[in-house]
Ligand binder design. Structure first.
Ligand SMILES: Nc1ncnc2c1ncn2[C@@H]1O[C@H](COP(=O)(O)OP(=O)(O)O)[C@@H](O)[C@H]1O
Ligand SMILES: [Mg+2]
Length: 444
């Protein structure tokens, strides 16, 4: 029996589905080597690129005992150590003793605690909490390797106090008293340059020397994406897809999701539901309907942000809209006005011939707006997207209709009557051509 769409495509499920897990041998090898190495590990990559699935898959497969603490809870719980203790207690099912009681008991017992190498960062009970947590992790792991994952680093990245607590934890693990538990830290998060962050703090060399950063967890390659599509739609769902349609689906999916695993699951889920209603057949118009549904379901805040940047009347052949459209067509992470100008001239020849366009002015004006889609990057005169979602959104949302840019209206996506598929307004064949144009470069 075939599975249900939501058993195959699981955009936000933190539990790895082995059937749908796409291997990324380079990343997996780096992570395994890092685990065997002597340093603690940093895993970074944009949200939805598969950091959590990567470490879960590898650690679980390799029989390494892992506990995940969410740094997103640290602030609320008054510190990272508190969150670590919480997750260890949850993991072991142990009932935690309140800090106060423990402290009193220790004072009463006359135990001197707090062998800290530097001052002021911790209260004694927290240190004891850390040791308690490590001890309990080691007990559960027995002789096996044991990792403490600190996930969602981005949530504390701007919090000086918590970042310095994190630095202290890394250092403390060298202290013989903590080192004996042999707990390896796996720090996971969005921001790059975490090493640079620590290098600005007082303990810089000591902290950075203890961290090993594996390569960025990024998008799937076109070949990995093709494997994903094949496994999901053909193997797991039993959809009927001929080779040509499968290629079109891969190109289109890569074009709009940039190969980001979470986005891919989201889009494929929409498409799988449509196919389910249509005897498991997938046709080209369904791709576009699914993209429109995806935009509506998952990218509506990006949609509003793009809409906000557009001219008031979408019927006007506004230069700025042409620029916005062109932004969606760039595939470099960082771009400058001449990249955009080339696209605007190529896509809108009649309205640009013989004219000065002032693209640099338009880009600069866009970047200066509040909640803009683009920001200046470090390299002179270049820009990048504030969030990669904006590019995905523009790719589905805006279309080059002759000399003007047309916006897909996600508030009025026509419902798909069973078996007869209609193309939502604003999405025509042009989109497929754009996808082909781009992916001719990569695929097949
Ligand atoms: N290797 C993979 N193969 C297939 N799907 C994946 C893979 N990695 C991640 N995903 C999908 O992407 C979603 C987001 O992945 P996740 O690991 O939570 O990303 P991150 O932790 O980087 O935000 C997962 O729920 C899953 O649906
Ligand atoms: Mg994650």
């Amino acid at each position: 029996m075939n599975k249900k769409p939501n058993e195959v495509f699981t955009p936000r499920n933190p539990t790895v589905n082995p059937e749908m897990y796409i291997e990324r041998p380079n990343l997996e090898r780096s992570l395994r080597r890092a685990i065997d190495g002597s340093q603690h590990i940093l895993v970074h990559g944009e949200s939805g690129c598969g950091k959590t699935w990567l470490y879960k898959r590898i650690l679980e497969n390799d029989g390494i005992v892992l506990t995940v603490a969410n740094l997103g809870n640290a602030s609320r719980l008054g510190g990272i150590v508190n969150e670590i203790e919480n997750s260890v207690a949850e993991f072991s099912g142990a009932i935690k003793t309140g800090y106060k009681e423990t402290k009193e008991a220790e004072i009463n017992a006359g135990v001197a605690r707090g062998a800290l190498t530097h001052e002021g960062e911790f209260e004694t009970p927290q240190i004891d909490g850390l040791e308690r947590a490590f001890k309990s992790l080691r007990q559960q792991a027995g002789k096996r390797k044991c990792c403490l994952v600190l996930d969602n680093l981005e949530s504390i990245f701007r919090n000086k106090k918590l970042m310095s607590e994190l630095g202290d934890i890394v250092l403390l693990l060298d202290d013989p008293r903590y080192a004996e538990y042999e707990v390896k830290l796996l720090i996971v998060g969005v921001p790059e340059g975490v090493r640079e962050y620590f290098s600005r703090t007082e303990n810089r060399l000591i902290v950075t020397n203890r961290l090993y950063e594996i390569p960025e967890v990024g998008s799937l390659t076109p070949a990995q994406l093709a494997h994903f599509i094949h496994t999901g739609f053909i193997k797991e769902l039993g959809c009927r897809l001929d080779d040509e349609m499968a290629k079109d689906l891969c190109r289109f999916a890569f074009f709009i999701t940039s190969g980001v695993p979470q986005m891919l699951h989201e889009f494929c889920l929409e498409l799988a539901y449509i196919a389910e209603d249509n005897h498991d057949v997938i046709t080209e118009p369904m791709l576009k309907s699914a993209a429109a549904m995806w935009l509506q379901a998952s990218l509506s805040s990006s949609y509003s942000a793009v809409e906000e940047m557009m001219n008031d009347r979408s019927t006007v052949a506004g230069r700025r809209n042409q620029v916005l459209f062109a932004l969606g067509q760039v595939h470099k992470d960082s771009f400058n006005y001449s990249d955009i100008e080339a696209i605007v001239r190529r896509e809108f020849p009649a309205s640009t011939a013989g004219k000065t366009l002032n693209i640099s002015g338009i880009l600069s004006e866009l970047a200066d707006r509040e909640n803009s889609l683009i920001k200046r990057s470090r390299k002179a005169n270049s820009y990048s997207f504030v969030d990669p979602k904006y590019r995905m959104c523009i790719r589905v949302m805006l279309e080059d209709r002759g000399q003007r840019v047309q916006k897909l209206d996600i508030r009025h996506i026509p419902l798909l009557p069973e078996t007869s598929i209609t193309i939502p307004t604003g999405l025509s064949n042009i989109k497929m051509h754009q996808a082909r144009h781009h992916l001719g470069l990569y695929l097949y």
